[in-house]
Design a protein around this ligand. Structure first.
Ligand SMILES: [Zn+2]
Ligand SMILES: [Zn+2]
Ligand SMILES: [Zn+2]
Ligand SMILES: [Zn+2]
Length: 332
């Protein structure tokens, strides 16, 4: 049975093939993955065989930690892979980069299934999953990984992990956003921004499950915080990718972090949406609506009573708001 599948980034500049469509996928809720995915968790499956890169000129790697690196498209910022530094095989492949239709074609029994959630203790309050897959804290997950290692390596890795966890505990928590001001950054720190005072109100965020957003973030939809205008403090590595006639997505060209959405007017309009994953302090962020839920694949489902809109419902609502609000309003 031919079980291979072809994947690509959002713009199609990076293309690849996996020998076998991943069946078991995991959701990682760690802060690094959420930053790199636009706010939701990273969803991926392991490809035991080497991934064949069929178009790789735009593929870039960013070493976010001392042992792992993340592969993304330098043209569109689409998140694609995670691997141990330099590893030739055993890459984690972002499931959103593979076709959703592959599950349908493969049939029920071979469709990707969400098998576990990891770093659940890092999950923010603004989303929750509805499935019953096991949930592991960061410590539980690393202990399970270490237990599978050969004894010689185990002692070394245990020491390393202990040091990392001390470092994590010592890292200063951001000060509470008393006046509503917040700041954010990409994984590498090349792009830094702040949101204006009172720029983030209640019911401030939406989670988009459209194929474009999922391919961009590599996970379960991008969480966008509505904001009247982010102030860029450092934009050396910021790059814009035009997704449609009306809109552009901003990402960091060095680390691949999805960051902004803006209307594509001339040199670009003001930034109107910011990806929640990039915020330093995400307390107070609430997802009030899930949009393009008809594009959501079957392998994940969100809990909670936030409003759910299909693409058509959302677009007709935006068109209505546009009529009411005048030319400042927009569509995705
Ligand atoms: Zn691309
Ligand atoms: Zn992670
Ligand atoms: Zn960066
Ligand atoms: Zn979207």
């Amino acid at each position: 049975m031919n079980d291979s599948a072809s994947g690509r980034c959002l713009c199609g500049a990076v293309r690849f093939e996996v020998a076998r469509m991943p069946r078991e996928i995991g959701a990682c809720h760690c802060g690094m993955c959420r930053r790199w995915s636009g706010g939701g968790p990273l969803l991926g499956g392991i490809s035991e065989a080497p991934v064949a890169i069929t178009a790789g000129e735009a593929l870039q790697w960013y070493a976010a930690s001392s042992w792992g690196e993340r592969g993304f498209c330098g043209e569109c910022g689409g998140s694609l892979f995670w691997r141990q530094k330099g590893a030739a095989a055993g890459w984690l492949v972002c499931i959103a980069a593979l076709p959703d239709s592959a599950d349908a074609a493969a049939g029920e029994s071979t469709a990707p299934q969400l098998a576990q959630h990891i770093f659940i203790d890092d999950k923010p309050a603004y989303y929750a999953f509805a499935d019953a897959a096991p949930r592991l804290t960061g410590a539980e997950f690393t202990a399970a990984v270490v237990a599978k290692m050969p004894a010689a390596k185990r002692a070394f890795v245990k020491t390393f992990i202990a040091l990392e966890s001390v470092k994590k505990r010592l890292r200063p928590r951001p000060a509470p956003a008393a006046d509503g001001e917040r700041c954010g950054a990409c994984l590498c720190g090349g792009v830094k921004f702040s949101l204006p005072q009172a720029g983030v109100g209640a019911g401030n965020a939406g989670m988009c499950h459209c194929g474009q957003c999922r391919r961009w973030g590599g996970g379960a939809g991008v969480v966008c915080v509505d904001t009247p205008g982010a102030m860029l403090e450092s934009a050396d590595t910021l790059r814009w990718y035009r997704t449609s006639k009306q809109s552009e997505r901003g990402f960091c060209a060095r680390c691949g972090t999805p960051l902004f959405w803006r209307e594509a007017a001339g040199d670009g309009g003001a930034i109107t949406e910011v990806c929640a994953g990039a915020l330093q302090d995400d307390r107070g962020i609430t997802v009030s609506r899930h949009i393009y839920v008809d594009d959501k694949p079957a392998y994940y489902d969100l809990a909670g009573d936030a409003e759910r809109l299909t693409g058509a419902e959302y677009e007709s609502r935006v068109a209505g708001e546009k009529r009411d609000a005048g030319p400042a309003a927009r569509s995705p």
